[in-house]
Each structure stands twice: as C-alpha cells, then as structure tokens.
Design a protein around this ligand. Structure first.
Ligand code: NG6
Ligand code: CA
Length: 483
C-alpha cells in the first residue's frame, strides 16, 4: 500500500517517462491485472487503513479521522480483522511500515513501556512500524510492543504542548530547517525538519527520514525469508509519498517532479526489491501481490518541497478531479494492480474493487469462513481480483473523506452521488487552494460522460438522484452493506 499515490502517478496509469519512470510497478501491471476502477475507501490515511483491516466503513465508527501523534488504538482487540482471518487459515501475518491507526489504551501510547493494544493484538504476529506519519512526531520505529533501541536513561516524551520555553521549533528555528514548512508542521525539529507535535528524548531510537524505504525493504525481506516455508500475509505499508518527502540521497533527482516524483521512484524501487525477494525464494508463483494506495494525491501538504511548482504537465489524479481529502473520484480512485504469475492473466479490468474488499476476498481465497457479522462492508470480489472470466466486482461503493461526519461519494455503476455534509468541497491537488469551496449538499454526476464531475445532472435525472440519495442513506443507517 502506497501513501498518497494518485491515479496518474505511475507509468502504467499515464505518467510520462520524461517526468518519472516506474518500471517495477509497470511490470506488475504488464504481467498482472490493472484496474481502472480500483479504489481505496477514503481520501485520507486513517479511515482507509481502518477499513482495509476491518472491512468496515470508517464512517460507522468515531475516531477514525486522521490520527494524532498520541492517538490511542482505533481498532479494538476481539473483532475479526483481515489478519485474524488470515491467521485462521494458517498464515503468518505481519505489518511493516506506516501504521497510523493509533497505539495503546484510551490514554494513548505509553512510549517508554508496552504499546498495547497494537497490531499484535488485532491479528498480526509481527509488526515493525512508523507509529503515525512521518510529519508527526516521534521519528522512532516500533517493533512489536516497544520502541526499538530506546535507552531507558533517555525516555521518550510526546505531547501537544511545547515542553519548555527554549525548545527549538519550526517557528523559532525556521532558518535552520533543511525543508521549510508551508502550513502546520512547525513544532519539534528532528533531522532538520519540523513536525506536527512535540517530543523530547529517545535520541538513540530516532531514525533518519532518508532511510525509511530501505528499512521497510530490509525488514520485509528478513520477515519473508523467515516465513518462506509457510503461508504468509505481509502488509507492506510504504510511507512514500507522504510528506515530508525526503528521498534517500541515491534517489534525488531521479524524476523531474521534485522530491514528490523522486519518492515515487523510490516506492517503485521497493516494489522491485520485494518482487526480487519472492523470485529469489521461488515464491512468486505462489504469491498474490496487490498494489494499491491509501488515498489520492496532494501537491503542497504542508512543506515547501516544490511539488506544485514542478508538476509541469504531470497529472497526479489522472483524468479525474480532486485528490486527497476529497470525495471526488481523484480522492479514492487510485492505482490498483493484482499480480500472480501463472494465475492471473495479464490485462486491464474495469470492475469496481476496493481496499475494503480484501478481508472478504482473502477469506474466500484461503477458504476461511467469514462470519456473517464480521467485516460488514467487505465484499468477496476475488473473481474480479483474479480476472476470472465473467466475474464481477462491486455494483456500488461508498467513498468518504475523513472519518465520521464528513462527506460522501456514492458510486453505483456510472452514477456518482456527492453528499457534502460539511458543506465544503476540497481539492488541493493542483490548485493548492486549501480554502474550502462551498459545495451543494447533494449533486449527481454521470461518470460515463463526466469523469471530472463537473456537470450536476440531479435536475435532469430526478428519479436516479432520489434513488441514489436513499441508497446511500440506507447503507449508512443499516450498519452494514454486505447482504
Ligand atoms: C493533515 C496534515 C497533512 C497530513 C494529513 C494526514 C496539516 C496542516 N496537514 O492534518 O500534512 O499529515 O493530515 O495525511 O497539518 S494522511 O495521508 O496520513 O491522512
Ligand atoms: Ca495517505
């Protein structure tokens, strides 16, 4: 799972080679199935990841909006999750990379003690994590229940308030920063970059932003290697291309699109390395790879990294409107590729599939019974994922922006309803207007003619409009959408 990767950000979805090259991801697509209607369920991290692991729409649970540095665990132990289902089927399970689903009990993470509950308590046998996102403090790895390399004599403190008047921040020490901030992100400085939130201590545990991608690959290789003789499920959760976009030195300048492009090249390298490992261990013919993203693209997401200035003719959201934070197609319609040599016939699929469907689909794949009350919005679209002849994906999908109480998109076939409960529409991809533009409460679009969602046809098609409004409301009220 990539972070903030838009529909048009990779070669096989239209990115031009003169701007950036993604040979390894393109190879998955060329030898696998590339979806034109592959989605994540929300246009920010936390709700998409929540739904990916629980098979439940995030709008059904409070506290599923973007998690803060000291956020407690959002997924409670005891519920059926994608990894618990895989474990039932005898799979070893791991998550390596960005977490961003909270850690610890109601009062939040105990950074110097046990970080419980965490991934290990909801179905993962192993975890090696970046706790939230790298623009949020702290910059430490969490291995299983503990901060890795933490020196007890230098305890780690994380908080929302400046710990002392002389604590250097992105405001007081702005001229020393190696990458300046544009909005937010002006608290504690680590590695020359100021972040969201404050922290002190834990110096021996801190990492360099530049090394994250290498670390995820190394740890994944190690874990795959030690599980090569048994079935396994790895959630490889890249931090690329989330801000701060700090590519390793060797990837700098590998695209014409600023660091935003360079970290896509870095992500592509990670994909290549993982495939190489599977090939070396002779596991490729026996492994399904799903490549996806957690939300659509964003230009300036808080740092002055020239992403917008160097966008040139690159279209991060492909042919769509909107991106991260938006319920327009660009917010959730993202690269989605399935790859399984010998099992998946190479091609392109227009079936609708979503990251929320992995739980039910992987249960089907591994012959695990999905209890009726588990993963209530996850659909078994295994046939579509494997490109089986005549197999259908979803007939409808709810898209959302950020947690409960936000905005909705609702796609049924080629009809798309937008419902803006918060009376605002966000589109920060290319225009970089953080200003929320007013949006009508409801609008209807015909995606067969209008993928950009420009022309509201609700007046022209009142019956469809009413049906769509009622359909969405029913899904919200019912508490589940899988029949
Ligand atoms: C926003 C941050 C943004 C990013 C986002 C989460 C500000 C002004 N903006 O609040 O930079 O971190 O949260 O992104 O602080 S996500 O992909 O993890 O959902
Ligand atoms: Ca994200």
């Amino acid at each position: 799972m990539a972070d903030d990767l838009g529909y048009g950000d990779v070669g096989c979805y239209g990115a031009k080679p003169k701007n950036l090259k993604t040979p390894h991801i393109d190879k998955l697509a060329a030898n696998g199935l590339r979806f034109t209607s592959g989605y994540c369920s929300a246009s920010t991290c936390t709700p998409t990841r929540f739904s990916f692991l629980t098979g439940k729409y995030a709008f059904r649970q409070s506290n599923t909006g973007i998690a803060p540095p000291n956020g407690p665990a959002i997924i409670q132990p005891g519920i059926e999750t994608l990894p618990t289902l895989m474990k039932k089927a005898g799979y070893a399970t791991a998550v390596i990379g960005k977490w961003h689903l909270g850690l610890g009990g109601p009062s939040g993470p105990d950074w110097n003690g046990e970080l419980k509950p965490g991934p290990r308590d909801i179905g993962f046998d192993y975890c090696y994590l970046l706790p939230t996102t790298n623009d949020r403090v702290p910059q430490v790895y969490v291995e299983n229940w503990r901060v890795k390399n933490l020196d007890p004599n230098d305890p780690l403190w994380v908080g929302r308030k400046k710990p002392s008047p002389d604590h250097p921040t992105g405001i007081t020490h702005r001229s020393t920063l190696k990458m300046d901030w544009s909005h937010g992100h002006n608290s504690t400085i680590h590695n020359g970059i100021s972040r969201i939130g404050f922290y002190t201590g834990g110096h021996a545990a801190r990492f360099r932003d530049e090394d994250l991608a290498d670390e995820w690959v190394n740890q994944s290789n190690k874990w795959i290697e030690s599980n090569k003789d048994n079935p396994f499920f790895l959630f490889f959760s890249s931090h690329d291309l989330h801000v701060p976009r700090i590519p390793h030195e060797r990837f700098r300048g590998t695209s014409t699109l600023s660091y935003r492009g360079d970290v896509i090249v870095q992500l592509d390298w990670c994909v290549g390395e993982l495939v190489k490992t599977l090939d070396r261990l002779k596991l490729s013919d026996n492994t399904l790879i799903v490549f996806c993203s957690d939300n659509g693209p964003v230009g300036d997401d808080g740092y002055k990294d020239e992403a917008l200035e160097k966008m040139a003719d690159h279209s991060p959201n492909g042919p769509f409107s909107g991106g991260k934070y938006s319920v327009l197609e660009g917010g959730t319609r993202t690269p989605f590729i399935t790859y399984w040599p010998g099992k998946i016939k190479p091609g392109v699929s227009d079936e609708i599939v979503c990251t929320i469907d992995m739980a039910a689909s992987f249960a089907a794949l591994t012959g695990t019974k999905l209890p009726n009350d588990a993963c209530p919005d996850s659909f078994n679209v295994l046939g579509a994922l494997l490109g089986k002849k005549g197999a259908k994906g979803r007939d409808h999908l709810v898209q959302q922006d950020n947690g409960r109480g936000g905005n909705y998109g609702y796609r049924v076939g080629n009809w798309k309803l937008q419902r803006h409960d918060s009376k605002r529409k966000r589109n920060v991809v290319v225009t970089n207007k953080l200003a929320n533009t007013p949006a009508p409460r409801f609008a209807l679009f015909d995606l067969s003619k209008d993928v950009k969602e420009k022309v509201d046809v609700s007046k022209k098609h009142p019956k469809v409009f009413n049906r769509m409004k009622a359909g969405l409301q029913k899904i919200i009220d019912n508490g589940r959408s899988r029949p």
